[in-house]
Design a protein around this ligand. Structure first.
Ligand code: DAH
Length: 352
């Protein structure tokens, strides 16, 4: 009996010494001390022991059990300690290490140019307004003196969305931000709206034309519309305003030139050129040798447009202009291909 108990104890202690985790220890515990464990079997065989020897044998079994339990719990504590220090090593944080830097985006060149432009006009007392990109023919064409079948409609290869009951109700992607002019004027004479005359607004936004993509064309680009309506507004106000804008936006030495042109919604109309910011007017690659660069269209708001929008042309007059945002962005940053603005190439964009 003594010998058998000794073997059980030796073998249990050897296994405990080899165990590497709590699960292994638990298995040993069950195998030796459990209900069907080796030591328990010994207790069950007590009936074969002579009655006078039983207390002694019982004592031996209990001693063996106590030693095994004690060894088990010590080993368990040892394993837990080792696991804990392994975790501490694994989770060590070196607070002196440099952090992982988050890549922060920044404004697109178009947006930088737009904000520069807005700053100039806000400085002159303009309000920045917006209008819908999906628009009725009425605002995009009809109220701007471009009636059904007007050839100017062809020039602006329009994306039509839906045919209306009348041409005016056709729905399209606006071909020009000039559509906002009509909306603002109508609002200004509508007593239910907050807006009143006089008007002094700019309206930047996206426009759409069925153009092929090349270095200077895109089916979607941006314009900034300007509209001023008040009493006694003259061409001199228009010229002064745009000349001042050109100086503030492109540099104080910039000169402007007004060339007669035609737009259905202005009379007279003009296109505005600025002296080449690169060569100062001498002629270079940027201005194709002419010394001048075209930047916008403008004119005095046509009396027909005023009256269609509910404003008396005898009492009020005004001017309007439309600037191609990409155009001035390309010029300002000397970018030679409009497609670069849309490709979202990080190597290009991060230069601004
Ligand atoms: N809407 C014109 C275009 O897309 C630009 C323009 C010209 C706007 C003259 C105006 C203007 O407001 O007065 O080509």
């Amino acid at each position: 009996m003594n010998e058998m108990l000794g073997k059980i104890k030796e073998s249990a202690l050897a296994k405990i010494a080899e165990a590497v985790d709590a699960d292994a220890l638990n298995e040993i515990k069950v195998a030796v001390l459990g209900k069907k464990g080796e030591l328990t079997q010994v207790l069950k065989s007590m009936k074969d022991v002579a009655p006078e020897d039983r207390p002694k044998v019982g004592q031996m079994v209990n001693d063996a059990r106590a030693v095994i339990e004690d060894t088990l719990s010590k080993k368990l504590a040892e394993i837990a300690r080792a696991a804990r220090s392994a975790r501490l090593v694994r989770e060590t944080v070196d607070v002196t290490k440099p952090g992982t830097r988050k890549l922060l985006g920044h404004r697109h060149p178009n947006q930088i140019a737009l904000e520069d432009l807005e700053r100039v006009f806000i400085g002159m007392g303009y309000e920045v307004v917006s209008g819908p990109e999906v628009e009725y023919d009425k605002y995009n064409f009809e109220l701007l003196n471009i009636p059904a079948n007007h050839p100017a409609k062809d020039e602006q290869d329009t994306f039509y969305i839906q045919r209306g009951a009348t041409t005016e109700e056709d729905i399209l992607l606006r071909t020009q931000t000039s559509s906002v002019q009509a909306r603002i004027m109508l609002d200004a004479v509508n007593p239910e709206k907050e807006r009143t005359l006089p008007i002094r607004v700019i309206s930047p936004g996206r426009v759409f034309r069925a153009d092929e993509v090349d270095a200077t064309h895109s089916p979607s680009f941006h314009q900034v519309e300007g509209l001023v309506i008040d009493k006694n507004i003259t061409m001199a106000d228009l010229k002064g305003t745009l000349a001042q804008f050109a100086k503030e936006f492109f540099g104080p030495n910039t000169k402007t030139k007004f060339r007669p042109h035609h737009f259905p919604f202005t009379e007279p109309s003009a296109e505005v050129d600025i002296t080449c910011f690169k060569c100062g007017g001498k002629g270079c690659g940027v201005c194709k040798g002419s010394g001048w660069i075209e930047i916008l269209g403008c004119g005095m708001v046509h009396p027909n447009v005023l009256s269609m929008c509910g404003i008396d042309p005898e009492e009020y007059s005004g001017f309007a202009f439309g600037i191609g945002l990409e155009r001035i962005t390309l010029l300002k940053y000397e970018i030679d291909d409009m497609r670069l603005l849309y490709e979202n190439d990080e190597r290009f964009l991060s230069q601004f």
